[in-house]
Design a protein around this ligand. Structure first.
Ligand code: NAD
Length: 374
């Protein structure tokens, strides 16, 4: 079976598969056809793909010759080039791309949504949300450290003693925990807020201080995710966050609630009271932001505090982000490929049924149906 790897649009530096991962696909019995220049922005050139055993072709040829197309983002402009029975595998964002998905369903395409991979232990090695959040947490701290007009670690030098910076992390999911680890490695004092008590020990073991706000609502049915909090809790939490924010030099905001607007945790007044030169990096920017003043994809300065609204850090670290992305896809392919190198979508497998948005002109994934109110 032939797998095609498409070049992403100009705003995306990642590629779905790096040459090193193409070698693994070949070992699984799959043929690989790569669009000319697909890996360039991730520093993977065509000759490296050829060496790995892939064929290079023009955009249209890749789509018509491959049975399954891999991408970081869905091929938005090319739906008419696809034909019945082809498989598309990429991040989907089903709500944002619902019209495209409906067209794909009508054409009889199968769409595998990498953002819908169930968050189960068996699917952990396929979880692109986790791997990309790891990149975001890492890169956000490095960016904050390079923009901050102060040191992260404590320095005792002949020129005097420099106090360590204080980093406040909002949300200790995958990105937040990675941010705790990197900020600690750079020598900062790290404080953390989250509404899930399960992360308390993880934060502590990474050297961070968990700040508990009593009365957080948790729901086992949310599958390990956070849920919306009561007004009383939100007020209490905002007050405590304000206290800690004023004492901080950096805030890395990562708090999100799946399918909802990101919780507002830092208001204008908090920013106004922060130290000039402080940096806020809001990774929740694309889902509304944790800071009231965040503007998505923008860097603004308010009263000397820099606020960066950025949710696409993985594209800024394209080589390793693409390597992780490709490895996640390979682990998914391993449960789909048979001995003859054919991809089989077995809907009895919860990973496949959970990840398949549409197949055989039907909506399949329960989560997609819920998200689109079908
Ligand atoms: P996420 O991006 O949805 O949210 C980031 C963090 O923000 C979460 O820890 C959440 O609790 C927190 N948050 C939400 N509202 C908040 C508020 N009002 N105040 C403070 N914090 C708030 O989460 P994520 O990083 O994608 O993952 C969340 C959890 O999912 C993980 O920690 C883990 O338990 C689970 N998970 C499981 C797997 C797996 O088993 N395959 C993989 C990844 C994640």
């Amino acid at each position: 079976m032939v797998l095609g790897i498409l070049k992403e649009k100009a705003t995306e530096n990642r590629v779905a598969m790096m040459p090193g991962e193409v070698v693994v696909l070949k070992k699984l019995g799959l043929e690989v056809i790569v669009e000319k220049g697909a890996g360039e922005r991730a520093y993977a050139f065509d000759d490296a793909y050829i060496k790995a055993g892939a064929v290079i072709a023009e955009h249209k040829d890749v789509i018509t010759r491959a049975a399954m197309l891999l991408g970081v983002n869905p091929p938005m402009d090319d739906i008419n080039l696809f034909s019945d029975g082809q498989i598309i595998c990429s991040v989907l964002n089903p709500v944002e791309n619902s019209t495209w998905l409906e067209n794909a369903r009508n054409k009889g395409l199968s769409v595998l949504a990498l953002d819908l991979i169930p968050r189960t232990t068996r699917a952990q090695s396929m979880d692109i949300l986790s791997s990309m959040a790891t990149v975001s947490g890492y890169k956000a701290v490095l960016e904050a450290a390079s923009l901050l007009p102060r040191f992260f670690p404590m320095f005792m030098s002949a020129a005097g003693t420099i106090k360590p910076s204080r980093v406040l992390i909002l949300g200790a999911g995958v990105a937040g925990l990675q941010a705790v680890a990197i900020a600690r490695k750079l020598g900062a004092i790290v404080e953390v807020f989250d509404v899930r008590s399960a992360v308390k020990e993880e934060v502590k073991s990474l050297g961070g201080k968990f700040i508990e706000v009593e009365g957080a609502k948790e729901d086992a049915a949310a599958g390990g995710y956070a849920v919306e909090q009561s007004e009383e809790f939100k007020k209490k939490q905002q007050e405590l966050i304000q206290q800690r924010a004023i004492a901080s030099d950096v805030i890395i905001a990562t708090a999100q609630i799946p399918g909802k607007r990101a919780p507002l945790l830092i208001n204008k007044e908090t920013v106004r009271q922060m130290k000039p030169g402080s940096v806020i990096i809001d990774l929740a920017a694309s889902s509304g932001g944790n800071c009231e003043l965040t503007e998505n994809d923008k860097r603004i300065i308010v009263n000397g505090v820099m606020i960066i609204g950025k949710s696409d850090y993985p594209s800024d670290m394209p080589s390793d982000a693409s390597k992780m992305f490709g490895n996640n896809i390979i682990n998914l392919i391993k449960v789909m490929v048979d001995k003859e190198g054919n991809i089989v979508l077995n809907m009895a497998d919860d990973i496949i049924s959970g990840t398949t948005a549409v197949h055989g002109k039907e909506y399949v994934s329960t989560r997609v149906k819920q998200m689109l109110n079908l």
